[in-house]
Design a protein around this ligand. Sequence first.
Ligand code: IMP
Ligand code: MG
Length: 179
Amino acid sequence: MIYDRILITAEQLDAGIETLAQQIDSAHRQTEGLLALVLLEGARIFADRLLSRLSFPVETEYLKISSYRGGVKSTGQVELNLPAALCEKIQGRPVLIIDDIYDTGLTLYSLAEHLRQYKPGSVKTCVLLEKQVPHQKNIAIDFLGFSVEDVFVIGCGMDYQGQYRELPFVAALHPKQLG
Ligand code: IMP
Ligand code: MG
């Protein structure tokens, strides 16, 4: 068994993502030029599902940054290498960072801080899951899908060593998988 138990069913995910899309829609329907920054790889599936439900056009960029590196513990270090063209694009724009999980907070916090030098018009955050843990770095989440206990989760884009992203629900990885 790869997973222990299902924490969020496919139906709950669907409803939660729909609610988030409606919230973003209400908040940004009138906003010109929203730029979505999707954090790879974990947030790709979530972001696809979310953004396709919006009623207005969004420009989407994908960024590969994370404080994990295939394992189950944060490395505590976040690598940020934003392409120059993207940095230029950010100036004056309303930016929505989309990530899968708010865990230690290092990823979201470091990125939000890093973006400031490129003078975005505004920066908001949208996260599918918040882990109920004391975050090392606190950051306001403007659009939050679900809270989950402090277990390693897989599914809906979230992986363990590149596997299980395709699961249509969110589950706790079975402790045996961790060896
Ligand atoms: P943070 O910087 O610790 O908040 O980590 C956030 C990143 O770590 C997320 O964007 C995920 O990609 C990854 N991550 C954290 N917890 C999990 C998990 O339980 N399963 C899969 N990926 C995770
Ligand atoms: Mg990630």
